[in-house]
Design a protein around this ligand. Structure first.
Ligand SMILES: Nc1ncnc2c1ncn2[C@@H]1O[C@H](COP(=O)(O)O)[C@@H](OP(=O)(O)O)[C@H]1O
Ligand SMILES: [Mg+2]
Ligand SMILES: [Mg+2]
Ligand SMILES: [Mg+2]
Length: 345
C-alpha cells in the first residue's frame, strides 16, 4: 500500500488547521492578551482539532482517531463555544475546497463541532488504522510567541506510518532566523520525508525531499531540547552534551518543532529526559508524526533506555520513558552517554 492519499490528506488537513492557528496566534500577539490568559490557545486547540478530525473523517471514515482534546469543557461554556465555532466557520469559508480530489470535510453547526471533537476519543492500540492528533503541540510556546506545531500521524497496527507536521513559527531558512516563517513536513514510512513552506491558503506549495543525515563527528553536533524545564531535565541534558564534547549551545524549542529542526539538519540530537521526580507518561500525539519524519531521514528514535517507541500501547507511550533521537551514525555514542548520565544519578 502506498499511503500517498493518506499523506495528502494529512498535509492538507494540517495546512488548513495552520491557517486557523496562525490567525489566532497573530490576533493574540496583536491584542497583547495577558500571558496568563489561556483562552486563545484553548480556542485554537479545540478549533484545530475539529477541523482536522472533520478531514480525516471525510476521507477515511473507518479510521480511529486519538486526539488530545475533548469537548467536555466546551459543552459547559457557551461563550467559548461560540468563539470556537466562529473561528471554525471562518476558516472553512476562507479555505474552500482543496483543488486536489480529496474531501476535507465540513462542520455544519455547534453541535456537530462538539461531536466532531469527540471523535478523537479512540483508545488507540495494536491493531488497525488510528490517527494520532495534537492540534496544537507546545501550547506554552504558542502563548509565549514561540514555537508550536500542528501534528497528525497515522498508526497502522501500532506503527507510525504517515506523518505531517505544520510548524508555523519555524524560520523557513534556518540561516535567516528573522526571515519568513512556517514549514510543513511530511513522511511515509520507507519513502523518505519532504518539506515545503506553509502557505497562507489551502495550496500546497512545492516540496523538496529532505536529505538523509550524513556521518558526523558527535562533538561537532548541536542538540535540541524543550524550553520548559518541567518537561525535561535541562541539567542532565547539558551533562550529556558536554560528555560528548558538544560545545554548541542547545536549540530550545517548544513542541515537535524540535523534530522538524533535527529532520532538516539544524541540529542532530533531540534529548527529552524526564525531569527530576516526574511521573509523566509521554503521549502518542506528541511523537508519532515527528519521530517518523526523523526516522525517514536516518535518525534513530528511542526512549532513554534505547527501547524503540511503542505506539501500540494505547493513547500513551506507557512502555517508554523520555525520548532520545539522534542521527543514525552518532546514535550509539549518544545513547551510551544518556545511560551513563542516568546510571550515575
Ligand atoms: N511534566 C511533563 N513532562 C513531559 N512532557 C509534558 C509534561 N507536561 C506536559 N507535557 C507535554 O509536553 C508537550 C509539549 O512538549 P515540549 O515541552 O517539548 O514543548 C505538551 O504538549 P501540549 O502542548 O500539546 O499539551 C504535553 O503533552
Ligand atoms: Mg502536545
Ligand atoms: Mg496539544
Ligand atoms: Mg495539552
Amino acid at each position: 500500500m502506498s499511503y500517498e492519499r493518506e499523506r495528502l490528506l494529512a498535509e492538507l488537513a494540517v495546512q488548513r488547521a495552520c491557517m486557523l492557528t496562525d490567525r489566532v496566534f497573530h490576533q493574540l500577539v496583536k491584542t497583547s492578551v495577558s500571558k496568563d490568559d489561556k483562552s486563545p490557545v484553548t480556542v485554537a486547540d479545540y478549533a484545530a482539532q475539529a477541523l482536522i478530525i472533520a478531514s480525516v473523517n471525510a476521507a477515511f471514515p473507518g479510521d480511529g482517531i486519538v486526539g488530545e482534546e475533548d469537548s467536555a469543557f466546551l459543552r459547559k461554556d457557551e461563550k467559548l463555544r461560540g468563539i470556537v465555532w466562529n473561528l471554525v466557520k471562518e476558516t472553512l469559508e476562507a479555505a474552500g475546497e482543496a483543488k486536489e480530489d480529496i474531501p476535507l470535510g465540513n462542520i455544519k453547526d455547534e453541535q456537530e463541532l462538539m461531536d466532531t471533537i469527540d471523535k478523537g476519543l479512540h483508545e488507540g492500540g495494536r491493531s488497525g488504522r488510528v490517527w494520532a492528533l495534537d492540534p496544537i503541540d507546545g501550547t506554552k510556546g504558542f502563548l509565549r510567541g514561540g514555537q508550536y506545531a500542528v501534528c497528525l500521524g497515522l498508526l497502522v497496527d501500532g506503527k507510525a506510518t504517515v506523518g505531517a507536521l505544520g510548524v508555523p513559527n519555524l524560520p523557513q531558512d534556518p540561516s535567516n532566523p528573522e526571515g519568513p516563517k512556517g514549514v510543513l513536513l511530511s513522511a511515509i514510512r520507507g519513502q523518505g520525508a519532504v518539506i515545503r513552506d506553509l502557505s497562507p491558503n489551502l495550496t500546497l506549495l512545492p516540496s523538496r525531499q529532505l536529505e538523509p543525515v550524513k556521518p558526523t563527528n558527535v562533538a561537532d553536533c548541536a542538540f535540541c531540547e524543550g524550553v520548559e524545564s518541567g518537561h525535561s531535565n535541562h541539567g542532565q541534558q547539558a551533562n550529556i552534551a558536554s560528555s560528548l564534547g558538544i560545545t554548541k549551545e542547545s536549540i530550545r524549542y517548544d513542541s515537535q518543532a524540535k523534530y522538524a529542526a533535527i529532520a532538516r539538519g539544524d541540529a542532530q540530537i533531540y534529548l527529552r529526559l524526564p525531569s527530576a521526580g516526574s511521573n509523566w507518561v509521554e503521549k502518542i500525539w506528541d511523537h508519532a508524526a515527528g519521530s517518523l519524519i526523523c526516522e525517514e531521514v536516518g535518525y534513530t528514535v528511542s526512549d532513554v533506555n534505547g527501547t524503540p517507541l511503542d505506539f501500540g500501547m494505547g493513547r500513551t507511550l506507557k512502555s517508554n520513558k523520555g525520548i532520545v533521537a539522534a542521527a543514525g551514525p552518532i546514535y550509539d555514542d549518544v545513547i551510551a552517554a544518556v545511560k551513563k548520565e542516568l546510571g550515575s544519578q
